[in-house]
Ligand binder design. Structure first.
Ligand code: ADP
Ligand code: NI
Length: 216
């Protein structure tokens, strides 16, 4: 099988696997991340094949939707790629991307680094901010039955991975705990550029939200 056929097979597999996924972590999220990853790759000397597979498989089994199990996504991806007879070093690299892409509160040390991880991570982070980021965040909050906002519950920075995952805080807090921090965590120049505008849009959204909340 050539690269194009492998990518097409992967797309079909991901679409099937994510058929019933939560709206913020579904095939369309993966598709947006895939497209942004390819866009960013135009300005980086990255291995496009690894970037494409990493982007397509990065949320194949998010631990949030699998009782916190962080091993299931990498396991499914590894099996899928091995069955296609892909070179072991490519499989390893893609699995490393999936294992290390997540934010997890932002206070965990990342255990693996590569340009290809940087690219896919930026693409995933871009989809977490801006108008789509806002939509995804409230969708997830609704999925978890979280309040939109509660002025008495303050955001908690400095959370451990465990506390971040277990948080039941209002959805607005997630802006301060993650979304507004992402602009300064972008890896690539292209990612930084796109993040700037999306970040500003979130600031505008929050200002309007508080004005309406305060009836002004
Ligand atoms: P990461 O694995 O990098 O932490 P996630 O998959 O947890 O990323 O988050 C992806 C998106 O899901 C977030 O950008 C946000 O839109 C939504 N999300 C995740 N956790 C929360 C939360 N606690 N409150 C609201 N939205 C959330
Ligand atoms: Ni993602």
């Amino acid at each position: 099988m050539n690269s194009k056929e492998i990518i097409n097979k992967t797309i079909t597999f991901v679409k099937q696997t994510l058929a019933d996924a939560e709206g913020g972590h579904d095939w369309f999220h993966t598709e947006r991340v895939y497209k942004n990853a390819l866009l960013i790759s135009k300005n980086e000397p990255a291995d496009i094949f690894v970037v494409a597979l990493g982007a397509l498989l990065h949320d194949i089994a998010d631990s949030k939707f699998h009782n916190g199990d962080e091993t299931i996504g990498p396991k499914i991806a590894r099996q899928f790629l091995a069955d296609l007879n892909i070179k072991p070093n490519v499989v390893e690299h893609v699995v490393n991307i999936i294992e290390n892409i997540s934010f997890k509160g932002g206070n965990e040390a990342q255990k693996f680094s590569s340009l290809e991880l940087d690219v896919v991570q930026d693409a995933d982070r871009l989809d977490a901010i801006g108008a789509i980021g806002i939509a995804r965040t409230f969708n997830y909050g609704g999925f978890k039955n979280r309040p939109l906002y509660n002025p008495d519950i303050k955001p908690n920075l400095g959370m451990s991975k465990e506390a971040y995952k277990a948080s039941t805080a209002p959805t607005i807090n997630h802006f301060y705990e993650k979304l507004l921090l992402l602009k300064d965590k972008m890896n690539t120049e292209t990612g930084k550029q796109i993040a700037k505008e999306r970040h500003q849009f979130m600031e505008t959204f929050l200002n309007q939200f508080y004005r309406e909340w305060g009836n002004s």
